[in-house]
Write a protein that binds this ligand. Sequence first.
Ligand SMILES: Cc1ncc(COP(=O)(O)O)c(C=O)c1O
Length: 468
Amino acid sequence: MKIFDNKIYGQKDGCFCFDGQNLTELADTYGTPLYIFSERELKRNVQEINEQFGRFREKVSIHYAAKCESTVAVLQIVRKAGGSLEVNSGGELFKGLYSGFKGNQIVFNGVSKSEDEIEMAIINNIKSINVDSLYELKRILRVAGRLKKKAKICLRIVPEVSTGVVKGNETGTHESKFGITLDEVERAVRLALENQSLVILRGYHFHIGTQTYDLKSFVEALRTMLQMAARIYKSTGFRPDLLNIGGGLPVPHYIDPTASQYMPRNIYAMLKSELSIEQIAKEICGELAEEKVQHWAGVECGALFRDTELLLEPGRKISASAGVLLSRIENEKERRELDESWLMIDAGFNTLMEVKTYSWYYHMVCANKMNELPTKPFKVAGPCCDSGDVYFDIDYHKSLPDYRVFPESTEPGDLIAMLNVGAYGTPNMSNYNGRPKAGVLLIRENGDVIVIKPAQKYGDLVSDEIKL
Ligand SMILES: Cc1ncc(COP(=O)(O)O)c(C=O)c1O
């Protein structure tokens, strides 16, 4: 995939444009570092997933993963576009409700939910608390008993499927901290069924990780869940009315041809993933078809999933392509000993943490020099006082290339745009090194540009601290 295959990008007078807006002008007006989101792209992404899955199945709900990008305006756009919500904490549940989602549009995941969070979920009558362990199920029963109010739940299972990405991004194997193992699920089902005055067991959930690039991983995890559900139906009579296949829909990233040579093949395949939503929807929904289920599970199970609602929890696929990050080059240096040119920009891991935590690759362009050919390799570094605050792997080659290629003339004052940063960007910002967090703009569908989260000022660094 090439950059301009996505019509959200363009160029004018040598400047890079996002959703029709000249990014150089926005940086001049609002300062950097600066996140910019597109309402049009957010809506398009929600609608595309809804439409593609809707083609193959009647009851489908898209629960946008709030952890990706939970600025209130973004949540409001997702809701208006027809999305529901997935949350991972009381705070995200609060933001979801504040943004207008109803309890029955929200599912709640997490390995370490507190009693307060469980209470909040029950009081707001959310669609499903996705139970992460037998212990947590007992805890939910306790809280529901105290509140005298039923909790709606699904059981998060471990399908034991590896997606081939870095370990920190895999969440469906025994090595990861999530979910109930298959040998324990039936005990959890029986416990829930014995306590129907306290919980309504609605179904099952899995999430195998982010950026799942191989369709086989989704299918294998789903088959595991369906086979388990059929086995449990035969032994307990429990029919799931929700089946949740989590998030992980992949986003195609643009990668410099020169950068790709440094990447391990699995990381390259993961980042480039061109697996379409249509392919995923067709295959997943096909697995639920009555004849297919009947074939492997027997006549009595044929209709087991016929009326079941299919839930998805995409995050990255909805918000990643809807966001860009602008950063100004503040300094340059030549390391003649190593024959290297360096550029220091004003956004580091304080602004884009995923580069550090997962060595995530984000494509960069010199946004004000689009008329010049990118021919010169540069090392790119952020402003923080750590040698590790760089856009390459300082310790060893994991997935990041050593160099980014920009026009020969690139220098301080120029503007770097990082693409596909709309997921896991702003929620991970910090004030490390006393750096105010970047502001967030929204390009409205009518072309208006508004601030949806102002850039912090120095005063914000102390506004929640107590002076002696
Ligand atoms: C339970 C759960 N659902 C959904 C998601 C969203 O994943 P993605 O952004 O890859 O779609 C995550 C991300 O970690 C998750 O943990």
